[in-house]
Design a protein around this ligand. Structure first.
Ligand code: LUZ
Ligand code: MOS
Length: 701
């Protein structure tokens, strides 16, 4: 391959200057395999060519001799063999053993949820350029530029200051670039260090699908206990997380699964245990919801089973167990609002649940081969990185002499609109037109040591840092204005770019104020630093106050099945969502809509398929079905829950990225509801995705 036409070099583990190690939380993942490969698609060598096609052609000159070892792809088998990526954890509250004895009803079952391909439109990639003195500048499509910088430094044996990572924006990420953008940036940088030339490394779609990790598949066992009033008094759950061949972010994802075991319900006796199982598949990774959806699917399945056995509606159990203010979460935090029941009530007020149920009943009685189903899906999602130290951010704000403003933060724009929110925050603090504000690229030399843009917290953490920096500069400007106007600085404010005295406009305008401040040698730059107050968590007791606040909401989903073919459509999704006091309702509603469709895809049509060797069969878009416009709900309504919003959210605007993904779970249960209408003998099975194929089989079993 080295001698092939247009090939510049071929790099392997032998070419690594520092550690052959890219594991983010646990050092268990080599950049290039040495001696053993653990999954199909694991990188072994990097071919560098003058052109992409020449490099790709040279692949065929490399022959690798493998001695086959045993392959495990089932997490339960891995667990039985003691193949865990790290030790199991258990969260509990109350005493489930005692509580189950007092239950009037106890049911148990198994739940399986599948993985999910991120399918960001822009595949993984990076472009690295040599600078003077061994320094390297890396453009990376990453959610975590600091993680990329740190890992390049480690693999290349350079100090972090030698590596500058710069990100303008990503063509989507969804968690897939929280950790798994790193390898490709490290490889490109390694080649730059070796060759002293710029190197670009971009995965094409099939390589991306085969080589990178996806949402974790889970297999779980549950036992649920209720009393006569249908209160859930006990819940016991064991999660087998399919972790893949290396830990990646699995420890944090498994932790969030444990946090969200009870979804939006108060359960006084709960025990949740999770195992992260090592299998021979590309390491599974972060994906919108980060282990939360998997947990919520299990509790919803448990409720569905109980409802079906008790011959009552699922929503009756859901409604009577919603969290209330002052309820205790199993991890020690106290619920600080009635948002869960408020969103349910508001949904009913706005969309009349029983009327919808009646309509569906009528439709079903009039149609033999078309059946409709309905489901309600409440959500509760904790906001903050569960690892407390990650909840910090910085922003660098400059006001230039002409009054224009430049902002750098640690936040990555990946289509979710975080840049717009940052600009809005700065414009609102200074009370200037938003056109005065520019967002710079995200660059590790301007804003250092940042957490990845993840956990729905990008706008919250970085926005607070922007807010703090802008306010410090504003204070200084107000002092300057007071001096210029010779008045008390307490009465001064800025309104629409005009300095006001006791709310009355003066002759002093923004541009003049900034210019005078500069001439007066006032500091017009600031670094804002924010660390979320209040939060803490003690892993030795698995108790604490890990989340700044929770996001709530309720969705009502209706579907229609064609009972001859098994195909289905989502008729409507109607939602009351708790945005707090949204700073940008258009962006936030867009996040809800996108997340819901993605959640529906996970629950219904997106199916990863592996052969017995762990080879991904669904490795292209002709084999992996993602929701398209026809899968999107025909009627889609999102109404904000009327609340003030919590103090700890930036300008009381709650985080929005991940929570609405979980509304998509409603589609699974709406489909089951419709299946039952056609075939009362259908026995509930909780194996997602509920593909048309499974629906068809269920309709005629
Ligand atoms: N990443 C992370 C996340 O490192 N910790 C988290 O708690 C988290 N939550 C959601 C998404 N990404
Ligand atoms: Mo994420 S799953 O918040 O990158």
């Amino acid at each position: 391959a080295r001698q092939a036409k247009g090939v510049v070099d071929v790099l392997t583990a032998k070419d690594i200057y520092g550690d052959n190690q890219i594991g983010g939380i646990i050092p268990d993942e080599p950049l290039f395999a040495e001696n053993e490969v653990h999954f199909i698609g694991q990188p072994i060598a990097l071919i560098i060519g003058n052109t992409y096609f020449e490099a790709r052609e040279a692949r065929k000159y490399i022959d690798i001799e493998y001695e086959e070892m045993e392959v495990v792809i089932d997490p339960r088998i891995a667990k039985d063999r003691g193949q865990l990526l790290f030790p199991a954890r258990t969260f509990y509250i109350g005493n489930t053993d005692d509580a189950f004895k007092d239950c009037d009803y106890v049911f148990s079952g198994q739940v399986d949820s599948g993985g999910q391909e991120h399918l960001y439109i822009e595949t993984q990639g990076s472009y690295a350029v040599p600078l003077e003195n061994n320094n390297i500048k890396v453009y990376s499509s990453t959610q975590g530029p600091t993680q990329v910088q740190r890992t390049i430094a480690k693999v290349l044996d350079l100090p972090m200051h030698s590596i500058e990572v710069d990100v303008t924006r990503l063509g989507g990420a969804f968690g897939g670039k929280e950790d798994q953008a790193t390898a490709w940036a490290v490889m490109a940088s390694l080649a730059v260090r070796k060759l002293g030339k710029p190197v670009k490394l971009i995965l094409d779609r099939d390589d991306d699908m085969i080589m990178t990790g996806k949402r974790h598949p889970y297999s779980s066992d549950f036992k649920i206990g209720l009393n006569k009033e249908f209160k859930i008094t006990a819940f016991d759950v064991t999660y087998y997380q399919n972790g893949g061949a290396a830990a990646d972010l699995s420890p944090a994802i498994m932790e969030r699964t444990l946090f969200h075991a009870s979804n939006a319900y108060f359960i006084p006796n709960l025990k949740a245990t999770a195992y992260s199982c090592k299998t021979n598949i590309a390491p599974f990774t972060a994906y919108r919801g980060f282990g939360g959806p998997q947990a919520m699917f299990v509790i919803e399945s448990a409720i569905a089973l109980a409802a079906s056995k008790l011959n009552i509606s699922k929503s009756e159990i859901q409604k009577s167990n919603l969290l209330k203010k002052d309820d205790l979460f199993h991890y020690g935090q106290i619920c600080d609002s009635d948002n869960a029941s408020q969103s349910w009530t508001s949904l009913n007020t706005n969309f009349d649940i029983s009327l919808e149920e009646q309509r569906i009943e009528k439709y079903n009685s009039e149609n033999r081969f078309l059946k409709r189903g309905i489901s309600l899906m409440p959500i509760c999602f904790g906001i903050s990185f569960t690892k407390t130290p990650m909840n910090q951010a910085r922003a660098l704000v400059h006001i230039y002499q002409d009054g224009s403003i430049g902002i750098s933060t640690g936040a990555i724009e990946m289509g979710q609109g975080v840049n717009t929110k940052m600009m809005q925050i700065a414009a609102s603090v200074f009370n200037v037109d938003i056109s005065r504000v520019k967002i710079e690229s995200t660059n590790t030399t301007r804003v250092a040591n940042s957490s990845p843009t993840a956990a729905s917290s990008g706008a919250d953490l970085n926005g607070h840092a922007v807010f703090i920096a802008c306010n410090e500069i504003l204070d200084r400007l107000m002092n300057t204005a007071a001096e210029i106007l010779d008045i008390d600085n307490k009465n001064i404010s800025l309104l629409n770019e005009v300095v006001c005295n006791n709310d009355k406009p003066t002759k002093l305008f923004w541009e003049e104020l900034v210019d005078k401040a500069f001439l007066g040698r006032v500091k017009l730059s600031e670094v804002g630093h924010y660390a979320t107050p209040v939060i803490h968590f003690d892993k030795s007791t698995e108790k604490g106050h890990p989340f700044a606040y929770h996001v709530y909401g309720t969705a009502m989903t209706t579907v229609q099945i064609d009972c001859i073919r098994g195909i289905y459509e989502v008729e409507s999704v109607k939602i009351v969502h708790d945005f707090g006091n949204s700073i940008n309702q258009i962006i936030d509603t867009g996040q809800v809509e996108g997340a819901v469709v993605q959640g529906i895809g996970w629950m219904t049509v997106e199916e990863l398929d592996y052969d017995k060797n762990g080879q991904l069969l669904a490795d292209s878009l002709s084999k992996y079905k993602v929701p398209d416009i026809h899968m999107a709900p025909k009627v889609f309504e999102t109404i904000p829950l009327k609340t003030d919003g919590p103090e700890l959210a930036i300008m009381k605007s709650k985080a929005v990225g991940e929570p609405p993904f979980m509304y998509g779970i409603g589609s699974f249960f709406a489909l089951q509801d419709a299946m039952k209408k056609f075939n009362p003998n259908y026995k509930l099975k909780f194996h997602a995705p509920l593909t048309p194929e499974k629906v068809l089989l269920g309709l005629y079993e």
